[in-house]
Design a binder for this molecule. Structure first.
Ligand SMILES: [Zn+2]
Length: 407
């Protein structure tokens, strides 16, 4: 039904290298997904993203649903056609932004009621609605709606939230299957009859334009920082049966070692036959440590958001280009980096551009940070191909500890 597939080509310990196949092509994993919130990565052209090696983008359902609206995008043929990006796209469910951005949100069993942060208009995001919007956007990977719990939370609240997330996951999956094949539940009793045309009645009844028939849907594991809840959530989410699984609710302010422990506790309960996606993480160190624990997909706003604030990632740690000590520094941001910014710009020039508020400062900084992230993943994949991931991991941490972080 969906065009989704995954195969592991190399592994070392729990780290894997593989290839994920989607309706819009293949993605080499472990992979980093730049965040294109409004259908664009801030400051970047798609051309620059492709040149930097990005193979898949993440776009935010909440923002695109509010503006320009999933109906308008579906009329243009879906998100790929609308934004002119031909490679794979993953969309989130919209839940995270409802929980973090929207005004006056209330959560009940039906879903999340909220007011738009733009104009105060009222909306209801249910597991079914999240599936419908993403069907119209036509991303290659849709995420199921989950409840995003605030950190820290007690175990009782975390369990209540996890149980609701599981009920929402069942509803979201049912809707996803119903949109695509309204006769799915009847098939067994009608063996031998020709299959009904895909996504006929259910999609029509709901006035939906399904713009990507090959879309896959990922389930999301919750359970806060409680290992017993994480493993239970993983097992029960897998029982529902999605194309693959993500770990949500981490990288929300808990200490690094807690996040690594939760990732390490959860991945053994997620099928080895599918990619595992750690949502919203993290620093370059987080990526390396999570790959070591069996993660294959990442997204994070750090490289792009920090770039716009002047913070640049390098192989020896982060620097802040605003710092006065770069005023006459003729070196590139990172002498080991081959990105356009490092090949053509000095730290002194980048500091000047930032200081005067030149638009190019955001573009050049983002180009470098994304290149650094994508190149880190490329080097991880290469080390896995040669059975040298553990060596890479040790060297990576050694380099990072060489100089202190900029304030
Ligand atoms: Zn660079």
């Amino acid at each position: 039904m969906s065009d989704f597939a995954f195969r592991v080509t190399h592994s070392e310990g729990r780290a894997r290298r593989g290839v994920m196949t989607t309706a819009h092509g293949e993605v080499e994993t472990p992979a980093f997904m730049p965040v294109g919130t409004q259908g664009a990565v801030k400051g970047m052209l798609h051309r620059d993203l492709e040149a930097a090696g990005a193979e898949i983008l993440l776009c935010n359902t909440y923002h695109l649903y509010l503006r320009p609206g999933d109906d308008l995008i579906a009329r243009r043929g879906g998100l790929h056609a609308f934004i002119g990006w031909t490679k794979p796209i993953l969309t989130d469910s919209g839940g995270y932004q409802v929980f973090s951005l929207a005004a006056r949100r209330t959560i009940d069993e039906e879903g999340a009621r909220f007011q738009s942060h733009l104009d105060g208009s009222s909306h209801l995001l249910t597991p079914e609605k999240a599936a419908d919007i993403q069907a119209q956007l036509g991303s290659d990977i849709a995420m199921v709606l989950d409840e995003c719990l605030a950190h820290p939370s007690g175990e009782a609240d975390a369990r209540t939230s996890m149980e609701r997330t599981l009920r929402w996951a069942r509803r979201g999956r049912d809707r996803f299957l119903e949109i695509r094949d309204p006769n799915a539940r009847l098939k067994d009793s009608r063996a031998g009859e020709p299959a009904a045309p895909p996504f006929a009645a259910a999609a029509r009844e709901n006035g939906l334009r399904v713009t990507n028939p090959g879309q896959a849907q990922f389930g999301i594991v919750q359970g806060s920082v409680f290992p017993n809840l994480r493993t239970e959530s993983a097992q029960r989410t897998v029982d529902i049966g999605f194309e693959a699984y993500a770990i949500g609710g981490l990288s929300v302010g808990e200490p690094n070692d807690v996040m690594y422990e939760m990732v390490g506790t959860t991945t053994p309960f997620l099928p080895a036959t599918g990619p595992r996606y750690l949502m919203g993480a993290g620093t370059p160190e987080d990526l390396v440590e999570s790959v070591a624990r069996g993660i294959d997909l990442f997204d994070c706003v750090l490289p792009t958001r920090n770039a716009r604030n002047g913070q640049l990632f390098t192989s020896e740690g982060r620097i802040n280009i605003k710092n006065a000590r770069f005023a006459e520094d003729d070196r590139p941001v990172d002498p080991t980096c081959s990105c356009y910014t490092c090949r053509t710009c000095s730290r002194a020039y980048l500091r000047h551009l930032f200081a005067v508020g030149e638009i190019n400062a955001a573009t050049l900084n983002t180009l470098h940070n994304l290149h650094f992230y994508l190149d880190t993943l490329r080097r991880i994949r290469e080390s896995l191909a040669f059975g040298r991931f553990e060596q890479f991991r040790q060297l990576f941490h050694q380099n990072l500890s060489r100089q202190p972080l900029d304030p």
